[in-house]
Ligand binder design. Structure first.
Ligand code: SF4
Length: 452
């Protein structure tokens, strides 16, 4: 039997669970009941016992890990199967709140980490709802009705009440059935409004096509995202008045950051990639990216999103991947296709990295400024076109990365220099220098190890 807190962490039952199980001194203690559920989950991969959660903070972290690694090779099949075992609902709810509190206190509601937690929750609940689809339609509909009614009154809600939901861009007003401003969600309201107009058709089918389970699920996901966002904001405001934040949460926040960086490295670089060849494509070494690029990849939260993504990040990530030694080449006026003739690397790695950073901005850059995709193509040398086509190459110039001086002048918020920034004039020079140093260090370590 699926309990509502398994789907909705803001239900009244969920709040009771948190007050019962969420005592600070138990969060880092081995939880035998949790371990029994994990170990007895059907199809759970038990090959790597030390990766299975033993405490509630472990569970919070593995929830986050599942989300970040789900599309990488790290996501060994069935490693996180316990997250889809409904019996875990009580511990799952506590771990959800822990995750929200940790990012709120340490990184704040506008942070990249907070956005990842929102995405993580949405994706997790979405997959759980997918599993629910195996149940008969009536069961799904009633379950969703019960769960939604813990957040809104599904028989009496107006589109104006959902303004904040629409603002998040996950649900469009045009997807909803409206009658005099009221949103028609439940079957009885649908029949009351439209029953007399339906002839020779099955009203139930009509309802399912125009509203039904699909809209209920989408509305529920959007509301959970909104409530999660508001919860993180509230915790953040409260934390400003705290004398000393809870150490368990601060430690968890540090572990979250580590996992996030590991996932980012895995996503964009290939292990053992460092063949140092300056004027040919080389795999990314994310650890060698300068602070300004890191900051931009985490998303710009205040003004200046356009310049940061289009003018700054686009040239940097394209040259860093395709021709990091551009400044030491005699001929600097090269075309992108000289180094990526099929555009395979550009389309599969560079553009996704730029789009990821744009999506992480607040608000996401393309949400209100989709034309910036064209400007990105233009900065790569492909003119002002929505598609990146070799035919258009040369209509504009492939911009080289701007200097530190220009960045400090036009985007001062991006520049938070580290010790490695001393005496360098361009973020790409930082990247090349740092890669050399890192490679030297690892060769030295290897020699030392071989000598042992
Ligand atoms: S000094 Fe240059 S490389 Fe370092 S953070 Fe500032 S802009 Fe980036």
């Amino acid at each position: 039997m699926i309990k509502t807190p398994y789907i909705n962490p803001f239900s009244s039952d969920a709040k009771e669970i948190v007050s019962k199980l969420g005592q600070v001194d138990t969060l880092n203690k081995r939880n035998e009941d949790l371990m029994i559920i994990v170990n007895h989950t059907r199809s759970q991969n038990l090959n790597d016992p030390h990766t299975l959660p033993e405490t509630l903070t472990d569970l919070a972290l593995t929830r986050f890990e599942w989300f970040l690694f789900r599309k990488t090779t790290e996501n060994q099949e069935k490693k996180y199967e316990y997250l889809f075992n409904p019996e875990i609902y009580e511990y799952d709810v506590v771990s959800f709140y822990l995750l929200c509190q940790a990012v709120a206190i340490k990184y704040g509601p506008s942070s990249h980490e907070a956005k990842l937690v929102l995405d993580c929750e949405e994706e997790l609940i979405s997959q759980r709802l997918e599993i629910l689809k195996a149940e008969p339609n009536d069961f799904q509909s009633n379950f969703l009705r019960k769960t939604l009614n813990q957040l809104i009154d599904t028989n009496n809600i107006y589109w104006t009440d959902l303004k904040e939901v629409f603002d998040m861009g996950k649900l469009d007003i045009n997807e909803l059935l409206l009658s005099n401003g009221r949103v028609v969600i439940e079957y009885e309201d649908f029949i009351e409004e439209y029953g007399a107009l339906i002839h020779n058709r099955d009203p139930k089918t009509m309802y399912e096509v125009t509203a039904g389970v699909q809209i209920k699920s989408k509305l529920l996901l959007s509301l959970i995202r909104l409530y999660t966002k508001q919860y993180i904001e509230t915790v953040y405001e409260m934390s400003k008045r705290m004398v000393e934040p809870n150490q368990v949460l601060l430690d968890l926040a540090d572990r979250i950051k580590e996992v996030q960086q590991k996932a980012q490295n895995l996503k964009y670089s290939v292990a053992g990639s460092s063949n140092y060849i300056d004027d040919k494509p080389v795999n990314y070494e994310i650890d060698a990216f300068p602070p300004c690029v890191r900051k931009c990849m985490d998303g710009i939260k205040s003004g200046g999103r356009n310049d940061a993504i289009v003018l700054f990040l686009t040239p940097f990530v394209s040259y860093a991947r395709l021709c990091p030694g551009i400044f030491s080449k005699q001929q600097q006026d090269i075309k992108l296709s000289d180094v990526d003739p099929s555009l395979e690397i550009t389309l599969n790695e560079i553009i996704p990295m730029i789009y990821d950073a744009a999506e992480s901005c607040s608000p996401p850059l393309f949400k209100d400024q989709p034309q910036e995709k064209i400007n990105i193509n233009s900065k790569l040398g492909f003119g002002l076109h929505s598609d990146l086509k070799l035919d258009n190459e040369g209509e504009t110039h492939w911009y080289t990365p701007m200097s530190c001086e220009k960045i400090k002048l036009h985007m001062p918020n991006l520049c938070t220099p580290s010790i490695d920034c001393k005496k360098i004039g361009n973020p790409l020079t930082f990247y090349n220098r740092k890669r050399r140093l890192m490679n030297k260090d690892s060769s030295k370590r290897q020699v030392e190890n071989n000598g042992d």
